[in-house]
Write a protein that binds this ligand. Structure first.
Ligand code: FAD
Ligand code: PHB
Length: 393
C-alpha cells in the first residue's frame, strides 16, 4: 500500500509531532510513522523543562492552552551545596525571561490531539521502519503493519526518530561527523505522588553525588540521583532511594523533602553526542536523532523544538517558493545552538557531579566554580541566560 505526501516523518516524539503540526499550519502535508503505540509515547516520562522560546512557539502554534493552564512558570533555580541553598533569579538576570515546568509527555499528548483533530495522519506501531532513496528526489519510508507492507512516498524525509532510530544510519558512515562523550555516571529518576516541598528546582552538589529536585504538578515530585553507569535498578528499593535523596538534598537549616508513593522509576545513561551531518540528500535529522545532551542543563527537548523551528521555515520556503537555500544551510544554522547547549550541559554536568577517580582536585575546582557562580552577578547571569535559553534563530 502506498501513500503520497510532501514530508515523510519518522518518529512521533516532540520533534516529529511538532514538525507535522507546524507544517500543517503552513499548508504543507506530512505523514508520521512511529514504531511504538500511542499509549506508549503518551506515557514515556522524560524531560520537564521548557525554555521561554519553546513556550512562546507552542503558544503561537495554538498548542499551548493546557501548558499555560497547567504548566508551572519558574523564575529561578537553586544551587544547593555546603548544606545551604543559593537562588539564581532568572528575570532579574535575563531581562525578564523564565522557564516553564511541563512534562514532555504532556507536550506529546497536546500535539497528538492537535494533529488528529486536524485530520493529520500518524501511523503508530509500524514495524521494520526503513528509509530508502534519500539520494533521489522521491525518497520512501517503508514499514510493515498488520501483516502488510506499506510505503510513504514523499519529497523530503524528516528523521525525528531519536537517538536509537534508523534515520541517522541512512547517512553513509564516511559522511557522518560524530562527536561523543560518555560520563562515568547515570541518573536514577523517580516520579512520586508527593507535593513538592520547594517551589523551584534544586540542583544539589553533595559528597555522595549529585541530586535534582524537580516536579510535574502541585501533587507530583520528580527526583533524580547520580548513580554508577552500570547500576541495577533492582538494587534500589524505594527506601534506599528516599534515604539517599534525604541525605543529598536536605539542608542544615531544616529543609525536609516530602515522600510519597513511587509511581515510576528508571535509570538514564549520560551522554554528549553530536552528528554534525544533520542532512544528506533528501533526509533531514532533527532532535535526539542528531544530538544528545546530558540532562543536567534541561536542554534535550528544547533543542528538538529549536531544530524544528528552523526546519519548518526551510521546508516552507522549499514547498511554497521552490527555494532550497534555507534547506542547504539547515544543519549549519542548527549546529550553532546545538554546540551552545552541548557546552552548557557539559559544564553543568562537570560542575555538579562526583567523578569516581577524583583525588580531590576536581572537587576543589567544583566548589570554587559553585562559589563563583552564586557570588558573582556576571557568572550567575551566564548560567541564567543559558538555562532560560537564547531566542530562536
Ligand atoms: P524522541 O523523544 O526520542 O522521539 C523519537 C520517536 O521516534 C519516539 O517516539 C520513538 O519511539 C520513535 N522511533 C524510534 N525509532 C523508530 C523507528 N525505527 N521507526 C519509527 N519510529 C521510531 N531531556 C531533558 O531535558 N531532561 C530529562 O530529564 C530527560 N530525560 C530523558 C530520559 C530518557 C530515558 C531519554 C531517552 C531522554 C531524556 N531526555 C531528557 C531527552 C529528551 O527527552 C529528548 O531530547 C527529547 O525526547 C527529544 O525529542 P525527539 O522527538 O527528538 O526524540
Ligand atoms: C525534570 O523535571 O525531569 C528535569 C528538570 C531539570 C533537568 C532535568 C530533568 O535538568
Amino acid at each position: 500500500m502506498r501513500t503520497r505526501t510532501q514530508v515523510g516523518i519518522v518518529g512521533a516524539g516532540p520533534s516529529g509531532l511538532l514538525l507535522s503540526h507546524l507544517l500543517h499550519l503552513q499548508g504543507v502535508a506530512s505523514v508520521i510513522v512511529e514504531n511504538r503505540s500511542r499509549d506508549y509515547v503518551e506515557h514515556r516520562v522524560r524531560a520537564g523543562v521548557l525554555e521561554q522560546a519553546a513556550v512562546d512557539l507552542l503558544k503561537e502554534a495554538g498548542v499551548g492552552e493546557r501548558m499555560v493552564r497547567e504548566g508551572l512558570v519558574h523564575n529561578g533555580i537553586e544551587l544547593r551545596f555546603g548544606g545551604r541553598g543559593h537562588r539564581i533569579d532568572f528575570p532579574s538576570l535575563t531581562g525578564g525571561r523564565a522557564i516553564t515546568v511541563y512534562g514532555q509527555q504532556e507536550v506529546v499528548k497536546d500535539l497528538i490531539a492537535a494533529r488528529l483533530a486536524a485530520g493529520g495522519e500518524i501511523v503508530f506501531e509500524a514495524a521494520d521502519v526503513g528509509v530508502h532513496g534519500i539520494d533521489t528526489d522521491t525518497p520512501l519510508i517503508r514499514y510493515r503493519k498488520d501483516g502488510s507492507e506499506h510505503e510513504v512516498s514523499c519529497a523530503i524525509v524528516a528523521g525525528c526518530d531519536g537517538f536509537h532510530g534508523v534515520c541517522r544510519q541512512a547517512i553513509p558512515d564516511h559522511a557522518q561527523h560524530v562527536f561523543e562523550r560518555t560520563y562515568p555516571f547515570a541518573w536514577l529518576g523517580i516520579l512520586a505522588q508527593a507535593a513538592p516541598s520547594h517551589e523551584e528546582l534544586i540542583y544539589a552538589y553533595h559528597d555522595r553525588g549529585f541530586a535534582l529536585f524537580s516536579m510535574r504538578s502541585p501533587e507530583i515530585t520528580r527526583l533524580y540521583l547520580q548513580v554508577a553507569p552500570d547500576e541495577d535498578i533492582a538494587d534500589w528499593p524505594d527506601e534506599r532511594i528516599w534515604q539517599e535523596l534525604h541525605t543529598r538534598l536536605e539542608t542544615d537549616d531544616g529543609w525536609r523533602l516530602n515522600e510519597g508513593p513511587v509511581l515510576e522509576k528508571g535509570i538514564t545513561p549520560m551522554r554528549s553526542f553530536v552528528c554534525e551531518k544533520m542532512q544528506h540528500g533528501r533526509l533531514f535529522l532533527a532532535g535526539d536523532a542528531a544530538h544528545i545532551v546530558p540532562p543536567t542543563g534541561a536542554k534535550g527537548m528544547n533543542l528538538a523544538v529549536a531544530d524544528i523551528h528552523v526546519l519548518t521555515r526551510a521546508l516552507t520556503a522549499f514547498f511554497k517558493s521552490g527555494r532550497g537555500d534555507l534547506l542547504a544551510t539547515y544543519d549549519a544554522t542548527c549546529l550553532k545552538r546545538v554546540w551552545r547547549a552541548e557546552h552548557f550541559s557539559w559544564w553543568m554536568t562537570s560542575m555538579l557531579h562526583r567523578f569516581p577517580d577524583d583525588d580531590g582536585f576536581q572537587q576543589r575546582l567544583q566548589r570554587s566554580q559553585l562559589d563563583y557562580t552564586v557570588g558573582s552577578r556576571a557568572a550567575a547571569a551566564s548560567l541564567a541566560e543559558n538555562y532560560v535559553g537564547l531566542p530562536f534563530a
